[in-house]
Design a protein around this ligand. Structure first.
Ligand SMILES: [Zn+2]
Length: 358
């Protein structure tokens, strides 16, 4: 039998080479870098003030112990201005690795700068709040589009569960919001295959779905056992990021619920909760539109302490409706349930009321 391969478009899968998870692994940052490249001699660390004060000393001991020259850079926001400043600052220094040590801001700015300078990037998250930890996707303000863009995948991920468990519970809950989102993201992707003949990667889709399912099954244990919660959530976020690496697109991780989140930021400005909190709300709504079990999503989010109404993140009814109507236009090439549902003001209000998110 002759296999027909001519209709399968090629796509590149860039995966992290090393992932280290555990208590106090930040103390082996130097060895971790040397394991990735024995010839590495200098690194740049991108971080925030609080994380530097908390973990800087442990990092430095390990980096110095591995004879790595290091320069530290503080970022205060995830914007293209920060990326541009960092890029100029690092051009001459030319580090062998750029390390993003911190929350979403530090990881995103470091990832984007590493991409622009064509340097390997190491992700060292200190909060389990979103899936950019292991994915090639980056979200910074000041880009010409409202959604995330593709940079390079991290070559290494170092997740210190002790540091992660010290982060505020709200960040962890936000991470759960970004994980339950994979249910509707994968369903949107399937819909695009069914109705638009879009490429669909079953393996990547299953991996992303698994990250959401484990959170749905285990969330009742997270509050009473925070160590178990942190470990489960960080592993699920890394798996989801790897699913995006395998897919070569953000499809398995980001669908209509992410478009809704971007639209909320657009209509409500900065003061509208964290990424995963908005995405969690979006997942409830899109699950309803898909005819999925949206009550299960609500239950999971409540169990972990994530918001399930707009009010909890300062969004009123008018902006919820506006965002829901605006969402599909933010990324016209990404076919989702919102294209199929083709909501108007009246039907948008009805859906929001049906799932009790107002
Ligand atoms: Zn996300």
């Amino acid at each position: 039998m002759k296999l027909s391969l001519d209709h399968t478009p090629a796509h590149l899968m860039e995966l992290p080479r090393k992932i280290l998870i555990g208590d106090n692994v930040i103390e082996s940052l130097g060895e971790f870098i040397k394991d990735l490249n024995q010839n590495a001699s200098k690194i740049a660390i991108v971080t925030g003030h609080i994380v530097q004060a908390k973990a800087g000393k442990q990092c430095r001991a390990s980096i110095d112990g591995s004879s790595l020259k290091n320069s530290w850079h503080i970022v205060t926001d995830a914007s293209m201005d920060s990326v541009n400043r960092l890029q100029i600052g690092l051009e001459k220094y030319s580090p062998d690795f750029i390390v993003g040590l911190g929350g979403g801001r530090s990881v995103d700015v470091a990832k984007m700068t590493a991409f622009r300078l064509a340097k390997p990037f190491v992700s060292a998250p200190t909060s389990a709040s979103h899936d950019g930890i292991a994915s090639p996707f980056v979200s910074v303000k000041g880009l010409d589009r409202p959604h995330s863009i593709k940079a390079n995948s991290p070559i290494g991920v170092l997740a210190d569960t002790r540091l992660l468990s010290q982060a505020p519970m709200r960040l962890l809950a936000s991470g759960c919001g970004d994980l339950v989102a994979k249910i509707t993201a994968v369903r949107d992707w399937e819909l695009a295959r069914e109705e638009k003949n879009e490429y669909f990667g079953a393996y990547a889709a299953n991996l992303a779905s698994m990250s959401a399912e484990i959170i749905i099954k285990q969330s009742h244990k997270f509050r009473s056992n925070s160590i178990f919660g942190v470990r489960t959530i960080i592993e699920a976020l890394i798996s989801a990021g790897v699913a995006a690496c395998i897919a070569g697109s953000s499809r398995p991780c980001s669908g209509s619920e992410h478009l809704f989140s971007h639209a909320l930021e657009y209509v409500a400005g900065n003061n509208c909760g964290l990424h995963g909190e908005r995405v969690g709300l979006g997942t409830i709504i899109m699950a309803k539109l898909h005819g999925l079990d949206w009550r299960q999503i609500v239950r999971t989010l409540k169990e972990i302490g994530a918001p399930t109404t707009g009010q909890e993140i300062n969004i009123g009814e008018q902006n919820m409706v506006k965002a829901l109507l605006l969402a599909p236009s933010l990324r016209p090439e990404r076919y989702t349930i919102l294209n199929k549902a083709n909501l108007n003001e009246q039907s948008a209000k009805r859906v929001l009321k049906d799932v009790d998110v107002l």
